[in-house]
Design a protein around this ligand. Sequence first.
Ligand SMILES: [Zn+2]
Length: 268
Amino acid sequence: MNRAEHISQEDLALYSMQALAPEEQAEVLAHLQGCAACQTELREILEEEALLALSVEQPPLPSGMQQRFMARIANTPQQTAAANVAKAEPVPVEPLKSSGFGLGWLGWVTAMVAIAVAVYFGNHSFQLEQQLNSDRSDIAQLSAQAARAEELTDALTSPQAKQVTLTETKQPAQPVGHTTYLASKGALIFVASNLHPVAPNKTYELWLIPANGKAPMPAGLFRPDATGSASVVLPQLPEGVEAKAFGVTIEDAQGSTTPTLPIVMSGS
Ligand SMILES: [Zn+2]
């Protein structure tokens, strides 16, 4: 990468996900410290990631979980502001992974992420507006946001994240998928659990069914891990396609451009 020039949007996005090599992360950081234009660009990328989380519908939360989650998310120098919005004092929190609440309880997790991101960016966008272009502490803040955004994505999609789906007792766990889709950005996150295994020469394929009646669009291939969990994060989709529904089919391993019936999972 030639750091004499501005950093490409793609590299900034990778930087925000901490997906660059360590020396490249350092190079980007060094450039950001001296470049207001790239700082602004990075902030916009981070805000888009926040928008994604905000687009999730929010089911009601069980009492106490919202504060616990926010306290954990805000376990940084920002906890005071987060606690103000929660209208509660910070509460002692044990790490979520050992708390007994499965992160894979998809509706709640996505709702909590949405709340956490809303609080996080709500509190800091004004502050960032004022302080950007000034000194290095802003860069530290942006980097902290990048790390936080990565953590949120991880919580939703990591193979290590515990996936628990509650069903009516005595019923076997059913395959379930959850999509978060922001048509204006063509941004899609899909998380599924309790999936049946597929044959080695087959794959699941996710489809976006456009609202305008056009043909289903391929939206990513996925195979369940040993626990039946899988995710598709930000597949290549054009911007501005409203979705009527989503579906999942089983295709040959290389995937297909048109869905092969039957549709094994669907939702609209
Ligand atoms: Zn620059």
